[in-house]
Write a protein that binds this ligand. Structure first.
Ligand code: MLC
Ligand code: AMP
Length: 506
C-alpha cells in the first residue's frame, strides 16, 4: 500500500507485518495496512499540495483510539511536528499550548472540537476535523525525513511558570522504543492494554509506539475503569500491561470489592500476562506486595521522565527489589552527583543525571532553560535524588518541593499558586503535596483571603477548575489568617503540609 520510504523506521517497518492487527480501538479493529492508508489520507490533507511540512507544529485533540493513532502517524508522514493536546484540559490550558506551540493547524475529533473553535478562530489557525482529514482519496508523495526531525512536543510542568514544551525527535523516540524492546523482551505476539492518557511518554511511547514498532496489537480503552481492565485481563489475551501506581491501587480496591468467583477469574487472567510494569511515580511497597499476592506478578518498576523517556528499570529476568527501580536501560548513561556536580562515592545519595540518544533535544523556544537543564558534558539534570544500593537504584524524591506527582501527573505547585492568586479575593496562598495512599501527592492549597473577602474553598476550587487541568485542582483548600513563615519571612511548606494531616483537618 505504501509508496515511498519515509525515512522513519517506525513507518517503514510496517511492510513486514502489514496484515496484522495493529489496534483494537473504541472505533473498531484495524490492521497496519489500515493505519498506513488512514495516515496517508491525513498526511495528504495536511500537506495540501506541499512537499514537506518541514517541522511545522500540528496540534491534535483526539480521544485515545484509532483516529488518534492515524492522525499522529499522518502528522509524522507529512514531516510535521506533533503536539498532542490533553482531552481533560479546559480551554485555558489548551490556549496556553496553542500560543506557545504556534501550530500551523489544529486537528480535532468532532466530539472535542467545541473546546477549540473559539480558540482557533481568535488565532486564525485552521481547525481540521478528523472525519474530513481521514477520508479516503488520492494520496500524495510523502517526504523522506531525517531522524533528527522533531516528532513530538510534550508539555511538562517545571519549577518555573507554565508548562514547557519538551522537543523529542524521531531519533529520540526510536532510542526510547529500542531500549524498552531489548530490556522488556517485546515481540510481535504482544497484546498490550492501553488506557493511559495520550499526551505523555508513558502512554505514547512505552505502550502505543512500542506496540506499533513491533507489529504487536494495542488494545485501547476509551478511559480507565478498574472493572473494565479486570474484565479484559480475565479473557487471558493480554500479554503486557503498564500503568501508574494509582491505577494499581484502584485495581486492588476493585478486586477487594468483587465476589470470590470474580476475583478468581480476574486473578487467573492477570496471571496469564507475560509482564506487568509500574512507573511515572513511586510504587508503594504495600501496593507491590498486594498485587503480587493477587496476581502472582511482582511488578517491574521503572523510572522515567518526559525529557528522557525511560532511564532506569528493574530486570525482566532477575531480582526486582521492592522500593528499587533497577539499573540504567540499554543506551542510557546515568550517574549520581553531589551539589558540586561531582560523581558521588558508591552508596551515597545524589542527583540523577542522564545522557544518551533518548534524551530530548530542548525545551521549545526556551534556550536559557535548556542550557540550565544540561551540564557542559551534555548530562541532563533530572531534579530527582537517588542512591545505589547493591547495584540497584532507589529513588529518594525530588530536589524541589514545588514539583508534585499526583496519580502519575507531574504538576507545579507554583503554577497552581499563580492561578489561585489571580482570584480577586485571594491575598496569598501556598500549594503543597500531602502524601496520600491513592494519589501519591494529594494537591492541597492553603489560602489567605484579602481583608473583608468571603469566598469558600469550594468556590476557589471551581475557579481553579475553569483554568487548570482537573488533576491540578487542589483537592483540599484551607482558609487561613496567615501562612506559616520562617524567621526570614519565607513560607514554610513543610509546616503547611502538616496543616493538612488528618488530625489537623476536619
Ligand atoms: C484525575 N483527577 C486527578 C487525577 N486524574 N486528580 C489528581 N491526580 C490525577 N492524576 C481528578 C478528576 O478530574 C476528578 O476530579 C477526580 O480527580 C476524580 O477522578 P477519577 O475519575 O477518580 O480519576 P480518573 O479519571 O479515573 O483518573 C485517575 C487516573 C489518571 C490515575 C486513571 O489520573 C491517569 O490515567 N493517570 C496517569 C497519568 C500518566 O499517564 N502519567 C504519565 C506521565 S509521563 P473532579 O473534580 O471532577 O472530582 C511520566 C514519565 C514516566 O511520568 O516515568 O512515565
Ligand atoms: P514527568 O515529567 O511527568 O515525565 O514525570 C517524571 C517524574 O516522575 C520523574 O522526574 C520522577 O520524579 C517521577 N517518577 C517516574 N518514575 C518514577 C518511579 N518509578 N519512582 C519515583 N518517581 C518516579
Amino acid at each position: 500500500m505504501r509508496s515511498d520510504p519515509s525515512g522513519l523506521r517506525l513507518i517503514d517497518r510496517v511492510d513486514s507485518f502489514a496484515e496484522r492487527t495493529a489496534l483494537l480501538a473504541p472505533e473498531g479493529v484495524f490492521t497496519y495496512d489500515d493505519l498506513i492508508r488512514a495516515s496517508a489520507n491525513a498526511a495528504t490533507g495536511l500537506l495540501a499540495g506541499r512537499d514537506d511540512l518541514a517541522g511545522a507544529r500540528v496540534c491534535y485533540l483526539v480521544p485515545p483510539g484509532w483516529e488518534y493513532t492515524a492522525v499522529q502517524w499522518g502528522v509524522w508522514r507529512a514531516g510535521g511536528f506533533g503536539v498532542p493536546l490533553a482531552t481533560s484540559h479546559p480551554e485555558a490550558e489548551l490556549a496556553w499550548v496553542l500560543d506557545d506551540a504556534e501550530p500551523e493547524a489544529v486537528i480535532a475529533h468532532p466530539s472535542l472540537a467545541g473546546r477549540l473553535r473559539g480558540l482557533t478562530a481568535e488565532r486564525k489557525i485552521p481547525l481540521l476535523l478528523t472525519p474530513v482529514l481521514l477520508r479516503d482519496g488520492p494520496v500524495a508523495h510523502f517526504p523522506t525525513l531525517p531522524e533528527s526531525r522533531e516528532a513530538l512536543m510534550l508539555y511538562t510542568s517545571g519549577t518555573t511558570g507554565r508548562p514547557k514544551g519538551v522537543v523529542l525527535t524521531h531519533a529520540n523516540l526510536r532510542a526510547q522504543v529500542e531500549a524498552l524492546s531489548e530490556a522488556w523482551g517485546w515481540s510481535q505476539d504482544e497484546h498490550i492494554l492501553l488506557h493511559l492518557p495520550l499526551h505523555h511518554v508513558h502512554g505514547i511511547v512505552n505502550v502505543l509506539t512500542s506496540a506499533l514498532w513491533h507489529g504487536a496489537t494495542c488494545e485501547i480503552l476509551p478511559r480507565f475503569r478498574a472493572v473494565d481492565v479486570w474484565e479484559r485481563l480475565a479473557r487471558c489475551e493480554i500479554t503486557l500491561y503498564m500503568a501508574v501506581p494509582t491505577v494499581y491501587r484502584r485495581l486492588i480496591d476493585a478486586w477487594d470489592a468483587a465476589d470470590p468467583d470474580t476475583r478468581d477469574a480476574w486473578s487467573e487472567g492477570a496471571r496469564a500476562c507475560r509482564l506487568m510494569v509500574s512507573g511515572s511515580a513511586a510504587l508503594p511497597v504495600p501496593t507491590l506486595e498486594r498485587w503480587e499476592k493477587i496476581t502472582g506478578h511482582r511488578l517491574l518498576e521503572r523510572y522515567g521522565m518526559t525529557e528522557i523517556g525511560m532511564g532506569l528499570s528493574n530486570p525482566l529476568d532477575g531480582e526486582r527489589r521492592p522500593g528499587f527501580v533497577g539499573a540504567p536501560l540499554p543506551g542510557v548513561e546515568a550517574r549520581l552527583v553531589d551539589e558540586d556536580e561531582m560523581v558521588v562515592e558508591a552508596g551515597r545519595p545524589g542527583s540523577i543525571q542522564i545522557r544518551g540518544p533518548a534524551v530530548f533535544r530542548e525545551y521549545w523556544r526556551r534556550p536559557e532553560e535548556t542550557d540550565a537543564a544540561f551540564t557542559v558534558g551534555g548530562w541532563f539534570r533530572t531534579g530527582d535524588q537517588a542512591v545505589i544500593e547493591d547495584g540497584s537504584w532507589r529513588i529518594l524524591g525530588r530536589s524541589s518541593v514545588d514539583i508534585l506527582k499526583t496519580g502519575g501527573e507531574k504538576i507545579s505547585a507554583l503554577e497552581i499558586e499563580d492561578t489561585l492568586r489571580s482570584h480577586p479575593a485571594v491575598a496569598d496562598c501556598a500549594v503543597v503535596g500531602v502524601p496520600d495512599v491513592d494519589w501519591g501527592d494529594r494537591v492541597c492549597a492553603a489560602v489567605v483571603l484579602r481583608p473583608g473577602e468571603v469566598v469558600s474553598g469550594e468556590a476557589l476550587r471551581s475557579f481553579a477548575k475553569s483554568r487548570l487541568a482537573p488533576y491540578k485542582v487542589p483537592k483540599d483548600v484551607l482558609l487561613l489568617e496567615d501562612l506559616p513563615r520562617n524567621a526570614m519571612g519565607k513560607v514554610t511548606k513543610p509546616a503547611i503540609r502538616e496543616l493538612f494531616s488528618p488530625e489537623n483537618h476536619e
